[in-house]
Design a protein around this ligand. Structure first.
Ligand SMILES: NC(=O)c1ccc[n+]([C@@H]2O[C@H](COP(=O)([O-])OP(=O)(O)OC[C@H]3O[C@@H](n4cnc5c(N)ncnc54)[C@H](OP(=O)(O)O)[C@@H]3O)[C@@H](O)[C@H]2O)c1
Length: 332
C-alpha cells in the first residue's frame, strides 16, 4: 500500500509498505478519502509534542472495512465507515484522561490507502455524505460540536462570533450554530471568505486584518454584544474578542495558532462575568451527539479542495498559506 510519511522535519514522501494486519478488536479499513487538520501542519513543522520519524499523519478518514481481527464480528466487513480520531478519552465527560491520544500520532494515521483501528472507533458513514464529505467530518466536527454545544451551550436566538472562518473547525462551528438557530457573525482575513460564510447562513462578518476592526464591530453591536465567542487564534487579537463579549458571555477556545495572549485583562473578565472555557476534541458522548446532529440537520461539511495522495504535499501547502475555506481532502 502507499502512505504519506513525514521522514524528517518538513519532509513528506510517499512510501510503499505492507498493509497492516488488524489485531484483536481491530478492523482494517481501505480508505476512500482522508482530510487534513492544522494538527498535521504542526506535526510537519515539528511543533507538536512526541514527534518520532517516520510519522504517518492524518486524523480524519472514511472508507470500507476490508477485514477484521480476532474477536470482531465479521459482519463489519464491507461496512462503509468513518473513524473517530479521539482515542481512549477516559471516564470523565469534563475532560480527557491521561491515556487520551489522537489518531495520526503516535498511531499511524489516515494518509494511507489502508489503516487499522479498533472497531470501537468506527461509526457508519452518514448516508447523505460523499466520501470526501464524510472524511472531512470527524476531528473538526467533533471539536466544533463540543465547543459550541457541549461547552458553550449555545441557545436558539443567541449571538455568536466565530473567528477565522476559513478554518475547518470554525466552519463546522458556523454550520452547527446556524442549525441551532443562533445569529452568527464571523471574522476572517479575507472578505471573500466572509461573503461565503454569509452564503452559509452567517449574518455578517469582520475582516480581522483591518486596523480597529473590533472597535467598529463593538460600535455596530453596542446594543447587544456577543453571548458566545469561539476562537482558536489567541495571540494579541484575543483581548479584542473579550471587548466584544456581552456581560455574562462564554468565550470558548480550542487552539492558540497565534500563541498566548500577551495579557489577560482580569478586570474585563470579572466585571463582565465572563466564562473562559477551554475545549479539546470530544468524548464518545460528544461524538455520538455530533453524528446525530449532523444527520438530523443534514449538515454537509464544506470541502475546500481535494488532492490525490500523490499531491498531498500541496494540500499541506494550502493549509500553511490559510488558502482554504473549509476542509482539505486527500483522495485515494
Ligand atoms: N484543541 C483541539 O481539539 C483542536 C482541534 C482542532 C484544531 N485545533 C487548533 O485550532 C486551530 C485551527 O485548527 P483548524 O484545523 O481548524 O485550522 P485550519 O483549517 O488550518 O484553519 C486555520 C484558520 O485560522 C484562521 N486564523 C489564522 N490566523 C488568525 C488570526 N490571527 N485570527 C483569527 N483567525 C486566524 C484562518 O482563518 P481565515 O482564513 O478566515 O483568516 C485560517 O483559515 C489550530 O491551532 C489547531 O491546532 C485544536
Amino acid at each position: 500500500m502507499r502512505a504519506l510519511q513525514l521522514t524528517a522535519l518538513n519532509t513528506l514522501s510517499i512510501s510503499e509498505m505492507p498493509a497492516p494486519e488488524p489485531v484483536a478488536g481491530e478492523a482494517r479499513i481501505r480508505l476512500k478519502a482522508a482530510a487534513l487538520n492544522h494538527r498535521d501542519v504542526w506535526i510537519k513543522h515539528g511543533q507538536y509534542g512526541g514527534v518520532k520519524y517516520p510519522v504517518q499523519p492524518g486524523s480524519d478518514g472514511a472508507g470500507v472495512v476490508e477485514s477484521v481481527g480476532p474477536g470482531v464480528d465479521a459482519a463489519w466487513v464491507g461496512s462503509e465507515v468513518i473513524i473517530n480520531p479521539s482515542f481512549t478519552w477516559g471516564e470523565r465527560e469534563q475532560a480527557q484522561g491521561e491515556d487520551f491520544t489522537i489518531l495520526g500520532l503516535p498511531r499511524a494515521g489516515t494518509l494511507a490507502e489502508v489503516i487499522t483501528v479498533p472497531v470501537a472507533q468506527l461509526a457508519a458513514k452518514p448516508t447523505h455524505l460523499s466520501w470526501a464529505g464524510a472524511a472531512a467530518l470527524p476531528l473538526a466536527g467533533l471539536t466544533a460540536y463540543r465547543a459550541v454545544v457541549t461547552r458553550a451551550g449555545l441557545k436558539t436566538g443567541e449571538k455568536i462570533l466565530i473567528s477565522g472562518i476559513g478554518g475547518g473547525v470554525a466552519l463546522f462551528a458556523l454550520q452547527f450554530a446556524v442549525a441551532q438557530g443562533a445569529q452568527v457573525y464571523v471574522t476572517s482575513s479575507s472578505d471573500d471568505k466572509i461573503a461565503k460564510a454569509i452564503e452559509l447562513g452567517a449574518t455578517g462578518g469582520f475582516n480581522y486584518t483591518h486596523m480597529g476592526w473590533a472597535k467598529t464591530a463593538a460600535h455596530g453591536h453596542a446594543e447587544r454584544l456577543f453571548d458566545v465567542i469561539v476562537d482558536s487564534a489567541g495571540g494579541d487579537g484575543f483581548e479584542a474578542l473579550l471587548d466584544l463579549a456581552a456581560p455574562g458571555a462564554r468565550v470558548v477556545f480550542y487552539g492558540a495558532t497565534k500563541g498566548n495572549p500577551p495579557v489577560l485583562p482580569m478586570r474585563k473578565v470579572f466585571w463582565r462575568q465572563l466564562s473562559l472555557l477551554g475545549t479539546t476534541m470530544g468524548s464518545p458522548t460528544d461524538w455520538e451527539a455530533m453524528l446525530g446532529f449532523v444527520d438530523e440537520h443534514g449538515i454537509r461539511p464544506v470541502v475546500s479542495d481535494e488532492f490525490p495522495l500523490a499531491r498531498a504535499a500541496q494540500a499541506f501547502t494550502l493549509l500553511e498559506q490559510n488558502g482554504q475555506f473549509g476542509k482539505v481532502v486527500v483522495t485515494f
